[in-house]
Ligand binder design. Structure first.
Ligand code: 6R9
Length: 643
């Protein structure tokens, strides 16, 4: 079953932008003369000065990645200005509210005007090229406006997902010393309110770099406004002109920072620059989704994640698409919401995460079949491995076996999709992200970094750069080299493991490092551990991922309490609430096990391999435990496993 092949239907290949022959020609052209290939692709975005230099990359030494380096552009011009003459009155953004009775449409002309007004106001507040601006907004049109207004004035945006706690918001603002925060009174999700401004107020107690706060009125809920610091969006932008000179940006000037979790330490500020990122966003959005003029395209992600950056805002708008922004959740008011929205707005391309598919599968076909999905043409998946069962349900029930599925593998660091079928060119196999896009060079290596040939399994690396690759970790270039280029010399290490079959298809097996993927959200085990040990009752904590039917992985925490503290149900609940408050609801532990001791090597290193197996109930072959300082703790943990 898992190795089923679903061939490209001839009628799909015939109409697609890229069929198998075109794909082969692209791969060959890129291999023969990469500079010529990318010189061709770079014209998909608008340049103030076209680059003459294409690529300058060194994965060794200090690691330096530059694309189109002498080009000059402004990302907002590619997304807005250049469309005004040809599609000014076309809808750019369809906004669908949490409440099924609220929606809105914004044309390219209106979006351009709103972006210019905010950009002018930002300049008036003193925001200049290179300044960092934090965006902490719900899924409302203002989020896209804020991103593009930052791009307009050359400020670097750093979006923090609205589900993060005041502490998480504060540490991200501090790390990149943002001077402006853009937020809203409250957000809405599944009929509930999210107190964004109140969270921001708490965070800002520890953020001296913030000089101004712009507040969008969304729910109308009551909030405190600090005189001189806080400004209502509408009042601030009211008198501003609807035109604004775009800041000329070098191709390698930063466009945004986005914090993401790694194996160790605090979240890293992944930095993307302007030219290469925009080329990659446009190239991948148009080709992977086979986007055609006039189509309605919906990516269900939140703009707080990289998927929202590249595939709700920058990619679709660069390509002149109509992009749908959804404020709500798949399960509210009922489990048919996704399909109701598809029918209401006649969606052609739909892009979501496996965790949502698995959750909706539980309710059977009823809620899907109730709604007309005849406009759907392409279905996409992103964020985590999709199991063949969920893939086939998506294909049969949602797509009526009509719509190709693009299972897109990529990361915050990669800026956009790297491995995915092209719907008119590559046969699909349920559960496989299939083949690299033209220009992308994945490989598998063993733990010593030796390249592996043919059908095999190993660590997924990329042998060469692509324009959308991250350029550095904000403020810590040494950590960039250390994290991604030191494990395997001269290669970018993804942190993922993968299998490659005899057809050369990639099957991503999941993270091989201490990052876990909970419902498509990346979480560092170290972050959850440091939240737990910050609680006065906790002496030590070790966190691992455990298999979870809907979320893919759940969070399993082993907690050692301080001497004299009693392990009670009340304390367990308190610790769960504590982590939610410290990091945010996405980090809620699914299980907490009291651990009188943790399995450690004689040098004091926690043996996570063993803890992962216990959490997964795989206690048969625990492997070598002879290096443990106290092998007895393992049996004790197995006997007291929770869940
Ligand atoms: C875009 C995004 C990246 C990690 C990545 C991998 C997992 C993403 C996947 C997938 C299997 C896919 N991942 N897409 N695994 N198949 N199609 O999700 O970025 O939040 O940085 O997560 O997600 O483990 O390394 P990000």
């Amino acid at each position: 079953m898992a190795d089923d092949i679903i061939a490209v239907k001839p009628e799909i290949a015939a109409k697609a932008r890229i069929d198998a022959a075109k794909r082969a020609a692209m791969v060959a052209a890129e291999a023969k003369d990469p500079d010529a290939f990318w010189r061709g692709e770079m014209t998909r975005i608008a340049w103030m000065k076209e680059p003459t230099k294409i690529k300058a990359v060194d994965f060794n030494g200090d690691v330096s990645i530059k694309w189109f380096e002498d080009g000059v552009l402004n990302a907002s011009v590619s997304c807005l200005d250049r469309h005004l003459a040809t599609r000014g009155d076309q809808v750019a953004i369809i906004w669908e509210g949490d409440d099924p009775n609220s929606d809105a449409k914004v044309t390219y002309r209106e979006l351009h005007a709103r972006v210019c007004k905010l950009a002018n106001a930002m300049r008036r507040l003193g925001v200049k090229k290179g300044d960092r601006v934090c965006i902490y907004l719900p899924m409302i049109v203002e989020a896209a406006v804020a991103m593009l207004a930052c791009a307009r004035v050359g400020a670097i945006h750093s979006i923090v997902f609205g589900g993060f706690s005041p502490d998480s918001l504060s540490s991200r603002i501090q790390d990149s010393e943002c001077t402006l925060l853009i937020t809203a009174d409250e957000g809405r999700r599944g009929g509930r309110k999210v107190p964004l401004k109140a969270n921001a107020d708490e965070a800002l107690l520890t953020c001296p770099s913030i000089r101004h706060v712009v507040v969008a009125k969304n729910t109308g809920g009551k909030v405190d406004m600090m005189e001189g610091r806080d400004h209502w969006w509408d009042a601030l932008t009211e008198g501003e002109a609807a035109v604004c000179e775009p800041e000329p940006m070098g191709a390698e000037d930063p466009l945004f920072i986005l914090y993401t979790s790694g194996s160790t330490g605090k979240p890293k500020g992944v930095l993307h620059t302007t030219g290469g990122y925009m080329v990659w966003a446009s190239y991948t959005h148009q080709n992977v989704f086979d986007y055609r003029d006039g189509e309605i395209y919906w990516c269900t992600a939140d703009v707080g994640w990289v998927t929202g950056h590249t595939y709700i805002v920058y990619g679709p708008l660069a390509n002149g698409a109509t992009t749908l922004m959804f404020e709500g959740v798949p399960s509210w008011p009922d489990n048919g919401r996704f399909w109701q929205v598809c029918a209401k707005h006649k969606v052609n391309i739909f892009y979501t995460a496996p965790t949502a598919i698995r959750a909706l599968m539980r309710d059977g076909e009823g809620p899907v079949k109730k709604h007309d999905r005849s406009t759907l043409r392409i279905l996409g998946s992103v964020g985590e491995p999709i199991n063949p069962e969920a893939w086939l349900w998506y294909y049969r029930v949602v797509g009526d076996e009509r719509c190709p599925i693009v299972d897109t593998w990529w990361q915050t660091e990669t800026g956009g999709i790297l491995i995915s079928p092209l719907p008119g060119a590559v046969a699909q196999k349920p559960g496989s992200a299939t083949l690299p896009l033209p220009g992308v060079k994945p490989a598998l290596v063993d733990n010593e970094g030796n390249l592996l040939d043919g059908a095999t399994e190993g660590n997924l690396v990329l042998l060469d750069s692509w324009p959308g690759q991250m350029r550095t970790i904000y403020g810590d270039h040494a950590r960039f080299g250390q994290t991604y280029f030191s494990t395997f010399k001269g290669m970018y290490f993804t942190g993922d493991g993968a299998r490659r079959d005899a057809d050369g298809y990639y099957w991503i097996t999941g993270r091989v490092d201490d990052v876990i993927n909970v419902a498509g959200h990346r979480m560092g085990t170290a972050e959850v551990e440091s939240a737990l040990v910050a609680h006065p009752a906790v002496a030590e904590a070790a966190v691992v991922g455990m298999p979870h039917e809907i979320k893919g992985q759940g969070i399993y925490a082993y907690v050692t309490l301080k001497a004299g503290v009693e392990a009670t149900e009340v304390l367990r609940k308190e610790l769960v609430a504590w982590v939610r408050k410290e990091i945010g609801p996405i980090a809620t532990p699914d299980a907490i096990q009291w651990a009188p001791g943790l399995p450690k090597t004689r040098s004091g290193k926690i043996m996570r391999r063993i803890l992962r197996k216990i959490a997964a109930n795989e206690t048969e072959g625990l492997g070598d435990t002879s290096t443990l300082a106290d092998p007895g703790v393992v049996q004790e943990l197995i006997d007291n496993k929770v869940g």
